[in-house]
Design a protein around this ligand. Structure first.
Ligand code: ATP
Ligand code: MG
Length: 218
């Protein structure tokens, strides 16, 4: 498993900073990859682990591709970057995984030798309050919220006030990171495939070819 690479790195380096990039990756696109790369550089992370979500047992097929397909597209899209790893931790889990459970499992594997940074889009982090145990999760782990230049951060400031009784605590846990504007979304890519518009240059070529080969989303 790719995580083994991290374990052997830990023998050389006593402590690592690892980004966790969760998503459905349905399909993965350059917005995800730019966000991961920017996190790696801005926060001096050692690795970023992409974690595709599992498929809920009662999902309506067609819109959400099979977990295995989403996993393989993620592997293909990240293959050329030695600092990007992909984990099967959620797709191999039969039950729906909550972010906090996944972060806890990673922390158990790495023990205290790794500091985990959960990477999300700014809009996704605003949904944190609707997640399981938001206060616990935002105190245990660090969060990188990607925003586009010019993004109104007042909502994030409000979120910090709700989560932390001492505003200073938020400073060490929730980080904002500007990324170049990328109006790419998986929803739009799926819609483009359905309506036979090009998806070339919105996502890595290998993943585009995987979609075409397997007739996904059409
Ligand atoms: P969908 O349109 O199906 O919701 P998506 O493009 O938002 O898909 P997800 O798999 O839901 O992709 O997102 C995974 C993570 O990547 C989330 O934290 C999301 O906020 C972030 N993200 C998605 N698109 C972009 C983008 N263009 N730029 C930066 N971050 C993004
Ligand atoms: Mg989304």
């Amino acid at each position: 498993m790719e995580i083994d690479k991290l374990m052997s790195m830990l023998k050389v380096k006593k402590h690592l900073k690892v980004g966790i990039m969760g998503g459905t990756f349905n399909p993965i696109h350059y917005g995800h990859l730019v966000t991961a790369e920017e996190s790696l550089k801005q926060f001096k992370l050692d690795k970023v682990i992409f974690v595709p979500t599992g498929t809920p047992p009662h999902k309506t097929s067609g819109v959400l591709a099979e977990a295995e397909d989403r996993y393989l597209m993620t592997v293909i899209a990240t293959a050329s970057n030695a600092d990007f790893l992909v984990s099967r931790i959620e797709i191999d889990n039969m039950e729906t995984s909550y972010t906090i459970d996944t972060l806890k499992r990673f922390q158990e594997i790495f023990k205290e030798k790794v500091t985990l940074y959960f990477i999300t889009g700014a809009d996704a982090i605003l949904e944190i309050l609707t997640w399981k145990n938001p206060v616990e999760i935002t105190n245990l782990y660090k969060f990188i919220a990607a925003t586009r230049p010019g993004y109104d951060i007042s909502k994030i400031e409000d979120l910090k006030k709700k989560l932390y009784s001492h505003p200073a605590d938020a400073k060490d846990h929730i980080f904002l990171m500007e990324i170049p504007a990328l109006a790419i979304s998986s929803t739009d890519i799926r819609e483009r495939i359905r309506t036979k518009k090009p998806i070339k240059y919105l996502m890595p070529e290998g993943a585009v070819n995987y979609i075409l080969k397997h007739g996904l989303y059409s």
